[in-house]
Design a binder for this molecule. Structure first.
Ligand code: MTE
Ligand code: MO
Length: 380
């Protein structure tokens, strides 16, 4: 079948679907490393993985918005443009979808919290390549990014677009990346070239990149126009009109407790029953960066500010990567039984996470960023 040439994967990944392959990083492993190891980085594929010959690979740079269309080999991309490295977090729009599903059913892969990861990406700047093609900066509004993967039945390719201002901004840090954490990008993550659009939803970080098109118009494909959008909790599948909402680009602030694991039992012997040590991740889109993470062991009556243990020193408005955080919290006096632990983050614009999932419920289960709540059990 069309999936026969999909690559081997790590057994550590938590698989949601095999064909296409969709799997997340077990959330207890997320905060173990600042850069997520490639083999346990979540995979979100809509289609079979295209196997690309690096010798014959070409990236087409074209569209009404460029004076000189380019057809670049992998070698051209590596040798004709300065190599630029960016540490960026990528998150799927549907990460934490299961929490919305508890309110009311939503459509989509039931990601828990592991459809997010951070890597050091290296490649040519998208801006440099567009300038080399003689981009007409004042004539374009969008840059289309289209992949080589296509639907075996219809031939439709995966693609999306980003605002031209993001693609062209020197501080936007968009890449045509050929390396992930210092090695060739693995087949599942877009070999040989993928777009990295820091601070922007995973869906626009197009893998197995075939073309870059400078245009007046937004990309017209399904995943740009009829998916990856947010709606009111009152919008359902009978009344939804996808043309009324803008495509998701920058993601909202989020945080997640990665340890202890949800529903775990704290033990007397490890000294965990008077206080508990929490660890996790926090991130915001648009390069806004996380300035604070608060944790509560009493449902949000009192808060403890966590220590940012990695990622605190990122540049203003270019904080593309997550932070890792840790803190110890005293457990409540009457602490037998089940205790709720909560975290919430604040980003550089002082945006906060919503307290609950109800008011942010949407039919497609995107943008799930409420306070993260877990439960631990304390034996009598
Ligand atoms: N690019 C192509 N060509 N095909 C895809 O299916 N999935 C997108 C994006 N880029 C996709 C793609 C989505 S929805 C996400 S969340 C990210 O890739 C996931 O990137 P990863 O698999 O490297 O984690
Ligand atoms: Mo995604």
């Amino acid at each position: 079948g069309p999936y026969a040439s999909d690559p081997q994967r790590s057994p550590v990944l938590k698989v949601n679907t095999q064909t296409p392959f969709n799997a997340e990083t077990p959330s207890v492993l997320l905060a173990e490393n600042f850069a997520t190891p490639n083999d346990i980085f979540y995979v979100r594929n809509h289609l079979p993985v295209p196997r690309v010959n690096p010798e014959s690979y070409r990236l087409e740079v074209k569209g009404e918005g460029v004076k000189t269309p380019l057809s670049l080999s992998l070698e051209d991309l590596k040798t004709e443009f300065p190599r630029h490295t960016v540490t960026a977090t990528i998150q799927c729009a549907g990460n934490r979808r299961v929490e919305l599903n508890r309110v009311k059913p939503v459509r989509g892969i039931p990601w828990t919290g592991g459809a997010i990861g951070t890597a050091e990406w290296s490649g040519a700047r998208l801006r440099d390549v567009l300038l080399h093609a003689g981009v007409r900066e004042d004539k374009i509004e969008h840059v289309h990014l289209e992949g080589l993967d296509n639907n075996p039945l219809t031939g439709e390719r995966y693609g999306g677009s980003i605002p031209a201002s993001k693609a062209l901004s020197p501080s936007g840090d968009c890449l045509l990346a050929y390396e992930m954490n210092g090695v060739d990008i693995p087949p599942d993550h877009g070999y040989p070239v993928r777009a990295i659009v820091p601070g922007v939803v995973g869906a626009r970080n197009v893998k197995w990149l075939a073309s870059v098109v400078a245009s007046k118009d937004e990309y017209s494909g399904f995943w740009q126009k009829n998916d990856y959008k947010g709606f009111s909790p009152s919008t359902d599948w009978n009344n939804v009109d996808f043309s009324t909402a803008p495509a998701i680009q920058e993601l909202p602030v989020t945080s997640f407790i990665t340890s202890p694991a949800d529903e775990s039992i704290l033990t007397e012997s490890s000294g965990e029953t008077s206080e508990v040590t929490l660890r996790g991740i926090a991130w915001s889109g648009g390069g806004r960066g996380v300035v604070r993470v608060d944790v509560s062991a009493d449902g949000g009556s009192s808060w403890h500010t966590a220590e940012i243990i990695a990622g605190a020193d990122q540049p203003y408005n270019r904080a593309w990567a997550w932070v890792l955080w840790e803190t110890s919290v005293p457990l409540p006096e009457s602490r037998e039984g089940r205790v709720e632990l909560v975290c919430k983050a604040v980003d550089r614009s002082y945006n906060v996470q919503p307290e609950s999932t109800g008011p942010i419920w949407n039919l497609r289960g995107c943008l799930s960023n409420a306070w993260h709540r877990i439960h631990v059990h304390i034996p009598k």
